[in-house]
Design a protein. Structure first.
Lengths: 291, 423
């Protein structure tokens, strides 16, 4: 029981971060029909900037703010500088360009910082509280839940309650009509990329402390979050959050009870099961017409 | 459809239902006079290519033989992937996992033979054939799932498959020996070739034979009915269905063929390296394979050759250049590995945006330009060698084609210039 509680809390904490990262992927997919394969690399850049700024200034929070600002700039830079010019005729070209960007970023980080692992600072202790004899959650876990909740609710409110969100939904749903109605679709896309990059940067600040900072620190996170987004349905923000939590829990239980080397098999089994039943993910809407 | 139509908007035309139907109806593969010679032509190209490579392997150092062997092994996989992704439009990030299936099958079989003291040369082709068979079955299973999935969903599934490889190797450690991998005791080069015959050259021959076979098989496949179906399904599924093509079966076929090539390539890599371990078939390799098909030119078998050369030689060349520089040990450690990565990334972005046809597309454009120049100077080059009219540009303007088109030839089938037959 004790173990079950621990695994559940740990799984939910990781799952929340996967959910945030998956949400960033979904944001870009809805707007541009591009899976941003560079998301992990972009998040790592923000993490390195946070690391450098935090080491130089001595304050975690200054580093975190630097990471968020850098995420914003990087999102704008990648969208305006590269992704904008990709032709959307073939599905592969966007994937390939994003992969190219991610290789380039990983190489530049490797050249600047080397490949050695660095410990990443945390704002709160990672030693868990104990209730009775149960070791449940640490202050950092609480912080993680809080931040992810703020991000998810914030994005939800942004999309449903603000005019920017309305424009974003309109541009994603019917770009031509939105343009006719006076929405600057191109600027909305840039905002979407910037927003997604910020969410990715926040996710990297939360997950990298659980391991080490290194140039490919977010690779596995990206794979897991992408799986979560696919399970939830790439079009659905709710699906991304649910998918992230489910995958996080599953990973935690499988590695806790069956051993850590079967976790990826567990994820694959879940993915295959979901996709065979619903090829568009759990929360997809029925496609009415394909012509 | 007239030639000028195609010149105005070839890509837009390609992706509409009407365009696909028209292409199917007037497909150049059916009415072309030289169709009977396709097989002979591919055979001739394969034989000449292999002869050149044989001469080359015999006259270079053992180290370059090893590189040629590696390139040839990757070529098997890249050619298969370019058919799947370029001609059928299915994006697979899982080909390194399929290579692992081939490699492990070959490794386990050769180990078994070795345990029973069977070290004859025939064990290698037999093991490779069984490796191809196993991988085809695996590819069929993935393909069945893949036929239901589109675009990023398929990419997600294949991505998850690649990540699983090390876990499976560890989980079934008694068979696959975990991270360490299995040894691949391929028999050494036959003694009849001489006592000091370099093993690398023998490996290169095995790899080149595999690559030649793969390319020959694929070239015939994509020029025939199967290839036409693959392209039709890629361009417009509903239109292909209307034309009587079984979409799901075509997609599964593409996956099986592509997997078989990946299995062969993986098996050959295992034979060359004398081992098969999860490290050598990680996600990075899948990304490199994608890189190769895009750099070379998506959907083109010649492009697969350029792409395979690029992914093997580019890291080698950059490291060689950097060895020439005087760097401190720390700097060298940071630059090594990262500089080729940066070049790859940059090349990928630039090529995908500025030259979507890849290296082969650039070569084709250069060739067309050269021919146009030549034709405008010497006004009488109509050769009777049966040069196919489709070499005229799908993207080039009308003036271009007038310059290139030899007056001697009668007007060919109007749809010919739009065909996308790429070898």
């Amino acid at each position: 029981m004790e173990r079950f509680v621990f695994l559940t809390v740990d799984g939910l904490a990781h799952g929340a971060i996967y959910a945030a990262f998956a949400l960033a992927l979904v944001l870009i997919w809805r707007g541009t029909r591009v899976v941003n394969f560079a998301q992990g690399a972009m998040a790592v850049v923000s993490a390195y900037i946070a690391y450098s700024v935090a080491s130089a200034s001595g304050s975690y929070w200054v580093g975190a703010i630097a990471a968020i600002v850098s995420g914003l700039l990087l999102g704008v830079l990648v969208e305006r500088g590269v992704m904008r010019f990709v032709a959307h005729t073939a599905p592969l070209s966007a994937i390939v360009v994003a992969l190219g960007v991610s290789l380039l970023i990983a190489a530049i980080i490797g050249i600047l910082y080397g490949v050695d692992q660095r410990p990443f600072p945390v704002p709160f202790s990672r030693t868990p509280y104990t209730i009775g004899s149960y070791a449940v959650f640490s202050p950092f876990t609480l912080f993680t839940f809080g931040v992810v909740a703020v991000v998810v609710i914030g994005i939800g409110l942004l999309f449903t309650r603000t005019s920017v969100g309305l424009r974003m939904r309109a541009s994603a749903f019917a770009p031509e009509t939105a343009r006719l109605l006076g929405v600057n679709v191109s600027r909305v896309l840039t905002v979407g990329w910037a927003l997604a990059a910020v969410v990715g940067a926040v996710a990297s600040l939360l997950i990298i402390p659980t391991a080490f900072l290194q140039p490919n620190a977010m690779d596995l996170v990206f794979v897991t979050a992408f799986t979560a987004a696919v399970i939830g349905g790439l079009d659905s923000p709710v699906g991304a959050v649910v998918g992230g939590l489910v995958v996080g829990l599953l990973l935690s239980y499988v590695s806790g009870y069956l051993g850590s080397n079967v976790t990826s098999i567990g994820v694959l089994v879940l993915l295959v099961a979901v996709l065979l039943l619903r090829p568009g993910g759990l929360f997809t809407m029925r496609q009415a017409r394909r012509v | 459809m007239t030639g000028s139509d195609a010149a105005v908007a070839p890509s837009a035309e390609r992706r509409t239902a009407g365009g696909v139907l028209r292409r199917l109806a007037g497909s150049p593969m059916l009415g072309r006079p030289g169709r009977g010679f396709t097989l002979a032509r591919h055979l001739a190209v394969a034989v000449v290519g292999l002869a050149v490579m044989w001469y080359l392997t015999d006259h270079v150092e053992a180290f370059y033989d090893f590189q040629i062997a590696t390139i040839a092994a990757y070529l098997c996989v890249v050619a298969g992937l370019t058919v799947l992704t370029g001609l059928n439009g299915q994006v697979s990030l899982g080909h390194s996992a399929l290579m692992a299936v081939g490699a492990y099958t070959v490794g386990l079989l050769l180990s078994k033979f070795n345990d029973h003291n069977v070290r004859a040369q025939w064990t290698v082709p037999l093991a490779l054939a069984l490796g191809v068979l196993t991988t085809s079955v695996a590819g069929g299973v993935i393909g069945l799932a893949a036929a239901r999935l589109r675009g990023p969903y398929l990419a997600g599934l294949t991505l998850a498959i690649v990540v699983v490889v090390p876990s499976i190797a560890t989980q079934f450690g008694s068979l696959f020996h975990g991270d360490q991998g299995v040894p691949v005791p391929a028999p050494p080069a036959p003694t009849s070739l001489g006592q000091f015959f370099p093993q690398e050259e023998w490996d290169a021959w095995i790899a080149l034979a595999a690559a030649g076979l793969t390319l020959f098989f694929l070239a015939n496949l994509v020029h025939g009915r199967v290839g036409r179906n693959l392209r039709a399904v890629r361009d417009h599924e509903v239109a292909a269905q209307l034309a009587g093509i079984n979409v799901a079966r075509t997609q599964v076929t593409a996956f099986v063929v592509s997997a078989a090539c990946a299995g062969l390539g993986g098996g050959v890599i295992a034979v060359i390296n004398q081992s098969a371990s999860p490290d050598s078939f990680a996600l990075t390799l899948s990304l490199y394979l994608l890189l190769a098909i895009v750099l070379g030119g998506l959907g083109s078998l010649y492009g697969a050759i350029w792409g395979s050369i690029a992914i093997v030689w580019l890291p080698y060349l950059t490291n060689k250049v950097m060895n020439g520089l005087t760097l401190s040990a720390a700097e060298a450690a940071k630059l090594r590995g990262n500089v080729p990565l940066a070049i790859f990334g940059l090349a990928l972005v630039i090529i995908a945006i500025a030259a979507p046809g890849g290296i082969q597309g650039l070569l084709r454009r250069a060739g067309r330009w050269a021919r146009a120049r030549f034709a405008s100077r010497v006004p009488q080059p109509p050769s009777s060698t049966g040069r196919r009219p489709e070499t005229s540009p799908p993207h080039g303007g009308a003036t271009h084609r007038q310059a290139a088109g030899p007056e001697g030839l009668p007007p060919t089938t109007p749809s010919a210039p739009t065909s996308e037959v790429t070898t």
